[in-house]
Ligand binder design. Structure first.
Ligand SMILES: Cc1cc2nc3c(=O)[nH]c(=O)nc-3n(C[C@H](O)[C@H](O)[C@H](O)COP(=O)(O)O)c2cc1C
Length: 232
């Protein structure tokens, strides 16, 4: 009899323990489910919060985003024997502007530059108003510049034809263009107004001629007299 009671007790205990185990694992599962749901809902909430929090940020970023970063002033120049280059560098240095050299795809040799020779390359080019010597490379992000200086040597009273190639190669509308040149003795003459005809909707300022011996002070005195809107 004692044995039977012991067996019955043992069976009862086994059932009770099994029932406890089931309820424990269910609780764990349900608590795990809750946690998962909580996480999902938290994630959802967080996502929602983030989205809500992000939206105004994005808007304010858009509202406050500065326009294209970078210099607003470009000094572009062509120089066959470095005189104009010197003046261009004075201006770029004085205004902390970007500098761009117009480099011919086919470089000019000394023979090409011989203006005493009727058959030299420069004589032939300058005798042909439609000549457009090719340029090697290009200005990156011309859109970013509001003010473009354009410098060149005087060849037969005009800007070299490669400068025409440059002026026709970009959209200068809305920009201020400031021509300057160097020469043996000729003034800027009609060289700048002839270049102006190759652009549209740009504001051309009066240009100025310099000699190779003009100092940076002289050059910057002229630049400062232009009262340019440098956006500072
Ligand atoms: C083909 C050619 C034509 C030139 N024509 C003139 C001119 O008409 N008047 C003038 O004063 N100088 C003239 N020059 C001299 C240049 O304008 C002068 O040396 C200039 O400063 C050179 O600039 P760069 O060193 O930047 O090329 C001419 C030079 C060359 C090569």
């Amino acid at each position: 009899m004692k044995k039977l009671i012991a067996i019955l007790l043992a069976v009862f205990m086994i059932f009770s323990l099994a029932a406890c185990g089931n309820s424990a694992s269910k609780t764990e599962q349900s608590s795990a489910e809750n946690t998962t749901n909580d996480m999902v809902s938290t994630e959802n909430n967080n996502t929602g919060d983030l989205e809500e929090a992000k939206a105004p940020d994005t808007q304010s970023e858009e509202a406050e985003a500065p326009e294209v970063q970078g210099n607003r002033v470009l000094v572009a120049y062509f120089s066959a024997t470095n005189t104009t280059e010197g003046v261009a560098k004075y201006i770029a240095d004085g205004l902390d502007a970007d500098l761009y050299e117009i480099i011919p795809k086919v470089p000019y040799t000394d023979a090409d530059l011989n203006y005493s020779d009727n058959d030299s390359r420069t004589t032939i080019e300058m005798n042909d108003p439609d000549a457009r010597p090719e340029i090697s490379g290009s200005v990156e992000n011309m859109e970013q510049y509001d003010i473009v200086f354009i410098g060149y040597p005087i060849w037969w009273g005009e800007a070299p034809r490669i400068v025409c190639t440059f002026m026709e190669g970009y959209d200068f509308s809305g920009k201020t263009i400031v021509p300057f040149c160097t020469s043996g003795s000729s003034g800027i003459g009609s060289s700048a107004t002839n270049l102006e005809k190759l652009t549209s909707d740009a504001k051309w300022l009066d240009g100025r001629r310099f000699g190779g011996s003009d100092s940076q002070d002289t050059v910057m005195e002229w630049v400062n007299s232009l009262d340019l809107d440098l956006g500072e």
